[in-house]
Ligand binder design. Sequence first.
Ligand code: NAP
Length: 311
Amino acid sequence: MLFGWPVWSSLSPAMHEAGFRALGLPWRYVPFDVPPGGLAAGFELLRAGCAVGANVTIPHKEDAASMVDELTPRARAAGAVNTIAKRDGVLVGDNTDGYGLIASLARAGASPGGRKAVVFGAGGAARGCCAALVNAGVSELIVMNRTLERAEALITAVLRACGRQTEASTLKARSSLKARALEWSLERPDYDRLSQAMDGAGIVVNTTPITRQPGASPIPDEAVESGRLRPDPACVFCDLVYRPEWTRFLKQARVLGLAAATGLDVLLHQGVPAFEAWTGRKAPVDVMEEALRAAAQAGGPGPAHLRRRLP
Ligand code: NAP
């Protein structure tokens, strides 16, 4: 099951059902449109044994974290749940978004250890990604967000959850990790701030929905074209947005001569631990990827008649 609002555009049913078929499991993955505040009805279905588990997406990830019986350490660190699996009647909440990011970066040739990471956005997806980047050993983390307080709160929460003490006044971890929150607004762009943040970056991640708009990016083209951005030559850009797959942000990576990982990569890899938690079997990743790419290329989700409204 998938709980979200709206879920009409989700590519997850195609990916997971192809995996189920490959393993000979007569299972379905059914998306449910669950309006904000309505997640309790989805949990009733899970507790009644209607499914082995579920995915949870916008806007329910934080609510789900307070409704499951147990949290995995990475879900606790993220403060959000995107995967629920039932274990002996207990609903366990996990957050696999960060795993999806790290696996996608690895595929693009980047390992976060010792690198400087810049993350645009400070919402639910950014929390999972930042927790994963900290746990994977980045040396520096910069979170750039339109609302500075939200980026500061994210850093404090993630560092605390990852076992790093912070000095509240500076938001610097009392360890080798440097973490900073910066205000970044496309309406009032501070190009000096942007180029300082990007200087020597080894990983740059977009977690804002800005790139859903054709031609839009959290980084203005002007900054790219000016030659003032100097990330590490081995830097990898990753965009969590997957429609379009090759967002403006990822095209900017190409202009800068850098590698890129797409939101479809992240969607695939965040789905792998979820699939394995539900089935107890190794995920047929190649089959799932082929189905995901076919669904994306076909321009949409699985059949509309499979979508449901909760009673
Ligand atoms: P969210 O909790 O709503 O957070 C969105 C963030 O983007 C906030 O920090 C917000 O800033 C910022 N933002 C939104 N609109 C903006 C704008 N016009 N200009 C500047 N900043 C803006 O959303 P989320 O759950 O983090 O999800 C973010 C995106 O990631 C979505 O598009 C989602 O589909 C995608 N995602 C993809 C995957 C995958 O597997 N590929 C997984 C998870 C999420 P403020 O704090 O100032 O409001």
